[in-house]
Design a protein around this ligand. Structure first.
Ligand code: FCB
Length: 434
């Protein structure tokens, strides 16, 4: 496997998100996001960790971009912190924040790294949560579109690849798309997409009941977002189950939503066996999706679905990536796709030596990339791949107890140390091989 195994122009990058890597959450004019408030609630985050410093990319971005270049990556997927640009979510602009993203983008370009900018990665401005309950309100649609438009106008001369939402709320995401298409796309010659988190759901047995369970899970998990975009309506399974609780698109919204992206970003980490709850022998209720009416299984006849990473939701199942990509290709008329996140974690408390010696991660990436290549060879319209993540960083609820980086961070002095997996990528991505 090497760079030449993939089509010409196929991009390789790493991915991060603003809240997870930037730090400097209180200074330089940034307003708080909902995560700044959440991490302060005792007991929510492992060891009550915060992201006030995390890996300090706000100040160390040059070092990080140099690393990307040194490791032969082509692209960087980062996110813009909405409350760093608009501290109150709307209205007043924080020009220090604008200057930061200008510095980052300029430096990426100077180093030959293509910027992929994501407008929203869970970090809603706290002010909007307080004002109207944030994403639960339709008011967020206009505020998000204004913020997005400001970013297109300010950074779009250099950023040609935009992503609206990591895990979208469809209408809000697509209102921003409309602004881009109307006002900027032609001029700036860029493209815009969304990011879908896509666990592959494999039926536990070949029974019809388990097949239906797996299909329900796919529809609720990704169909919810991509189905309206391709077909202008929610998937049938959802319509039948959620009924009147499912919002109706107005005719105007259908027009806006249908065909409203240039590419789909797919975050793909893992796979589960799904079964119908009535016949399952190992019920496991993950608690947050009653409507799905499915049982998640991490094993079949006592054999785990794959080796587990540190996070308890993450099993190494490369074949699931192939199936997920082919599913999107076949059911959703082969849209342009990028694989926008993929990776695995180690425990946070390992030493530098243990961290750097990450042979399991190399195997993970090698096996997943082989499946990605197989999907490309079988016609899936993929144009890029991003590893999660460049660096160990603040992993949401897990805080610093989980390390996803291909570069180890020593949290005592924030020094970066490439792991063996980073050097493996460097070799894979060498440009001069035959
Ligand atoms: C993804 C998130 C990303 C990171 C990885 C491990 O679902 O988008 O921020 O937490 O999981």
């Amino acid at each position: 496997l090497n760079r030449q195994s993939f089509p010409k122009g196929f991009l390789f990058g790493t991915a991060t998100s603003a809240y997870q890597v930037e730090g400097e959450t209180h200074q330089d004019g940034r307003g708080p996001s909902i995560w700044d408030a959440f991490v302060k609630i005792p007991g929510k985050i492992a060891n009550n960790a915060t992201a006030e410093i995390t890996v300090d990319q706000y100040h160390r971005y040059k070092e990080d971009v140099d690393l990307m270049q040194n490791l032969n990556f082509d692209a960087y997927r980062f996110s813009i912190s909405w409350s760093r640009i608009f501290p109150e979510g709307t209205g007043k602009i924080n020009w220090n924040g604008v200057a930061y993203y200008n510095r980052l983008i300029d430096y990426l370009i100077q180093k030959g790294i293509t910027p992929y900018a994501n407008l929203y990665h869970y970090d809603l401005p706290l002010a909007l949560e307080q004002k109207y309950q944030g994403l639960l309100s339709k008011q967020v649609v206009d505020d998000f579109a204004d913020y997005a438009e400001f970013c297109f106008k300010t950074f779009g001369d250099r950023v040609k690849n935009w992503m609206t939402f990591n895990e979208p709320r469809v209408v809000a995401a697509l209102a921003a798309v409309q602004r881009y298409r109307q006002n900027y796309q032609e001029k700036q010659k860029g493209r815009i997409g969304i990011l879908l988190d896509f666990v592959w759901f494999e039926p536990l047995t070949s029974s019809k009941a388990d097949n239906d369970a797996a299909q329900r899970a796919r529809d609720f998990h990704v169909g919810w977002f991509i189905h309206p975009i391709v077909y202008g309506e929610y998937p049938n399974t959802m319509q039948n189950i959620v009924k009147e609780r499912l919002p109706n698109f107005t005719e105007e919204e259908v027009k806006m939503v249908k065909g409203s992206i240039d590419f789909v970003g797919i975050n793909q980490y893992t796979t589960y066996f799904m079964s119908d709850p009535k016949i399952s022998t190992t019920p496991k209720d993950l608690g947050y999706q009653q409507d799905w009416n499915v049982t998640f299984n991490f094993a079949k006849n006592g054999t785990p679905i794959g080796p587990r990473a540190h996070s308890e939701w993450l099993y190494n199942v490369p074949w699931g990536m192939y199936k997920a990509l082919m599913y999107i290709k076949e059911r959703y008329s082969n849209p342009t796709m990028i694989l926008s996140e993929n990776g695995m974690d180690d425990p946070g408390n390992i030493t530098l030596t243990q961290g750097q010696n990450d042979t399991t991660r190399i195997k993970y990436y090698r096996d997943y990339l082989a499946q990605l290549k197989k999907a490309v060879d079988d016609g899936a319209n993929l144009t890029g791949y991003f590893a999660w993540s460049l660096l160990d960083n603040f992993e949401w609820l897990s805080g610093y107890t989980s390390r996803f980086g291909i570069v180890y961070v020593d949290y005592k002095d924030l020094k970066r140390y490439p792991k063996m997996s980073a050097l493996w990528f460097k070799q894979l991505l060498k440009r001069d091989q035959k």
